[in-house]
Design a protein around this ligand. Structure first.
Ligand code: SF4
Ligand code: SF4
Ligand code: SF4
Length: 203
């Protein structure tokens, strides 16, 4: 059984939001909430200012606080490591939303349940790629088996220095970033589900 992960190369993300739109389309995600979004952060000052695009989604954590917090056992881990919410078992008590350090879970106004990225389990369990990966025009999102040393994601991970967002949360994320400009630490913790520029003076 594979152990799926995603690697996002921030060298080549152009902030086009094709991933977010594809995800919305794939799951008919309502207005105002997101499974995948692209954070925009700026740093430095003219003439050395920089702008960085950082796609964020559920990290499919190996040690997932959301899963442990759910009192109705609506959140489960599949054999391939993907963390999913069974809508039928969710009574929207929001414990998972409070527990997730990444603000990756939202309240679906249509189903009145908690919801989040599934790593496109309906596609990946059949050998396909997540909708966001398929849609990315620069190929900066790579999905695959972390336990297969010959998979593209494993090779990219070994060929590059990789980081995770908020390592101090100790959740063992399975979304990895190539982040040579050290942009990840610049993301504000709150507001992950909406696109926004982060004022570095406020961090
Ligand atoms: S990122 Fe949040 S929602 Fe996703 S597995 Fe980790 S704790 Fe759960
Ligand atoms: S893996 Fe699927 S559910 Fe997750 S962000 Fe990408 S398109 Fe959305
Ligand atoms: S589709 Fe690819 S290049 Fe565009 S914002 Fe998403 S990750 Fe970045």
């Amino acid at each position: 059984m594979p152990r799926f992960g995603m690697l996002i190369d921030l060298n080549t993300c152009i902030g086009c939001h094709a991933c977010s739109v594809a995800c919305k389309n794939e799951f008919d995600v309502p207005l105002g909430v997101f499974r995948d979004t692209v954070k925009v952060v700026e740093d430095g000052e003219y003439p050395n200012a920089g702008k960085h695009f950082i796609p964020v989604l559920c990290n499919q954590c190996e040690d997932a606080p959301c899963l442990n917090a759910c009192p109705t056992d609506a959140i489960t881990r599949l054999p391939n490591g993907e963390v999913v919410i069974e809508e039928g078992d969710c009574n929207l008590n929001r414990f998972c939303m409070a527990a997730c350090p990444y603000d990756a879970i939202y309240e679906d106004p249509q189903t009145q349940t908690a919801s989040k990225c599934t790593f496109c389990e309906h596609r990946t369990s059949k050998g396909g790629e997540p909708a966001c990966v398929e849609a990315c025009p620069t190929g900066c999102r790579v999905f695959g088996d972390l336990d297969d040393p010959d998979s593209k994601i494993s090779r990219m991970a070994s060929d590059n220095e990789i980081d995770v967002w908020k390592p101090e949360a100790n959740t063992q994320p399975k979304v990895f970033y190539v982040d040579p400009k050290r942009a990840l630490p610049l993301i504000a913790v709150d507001g992950v589900q909406v696109d926004q520029s982060t004022d570095l003076k406020g961090r």
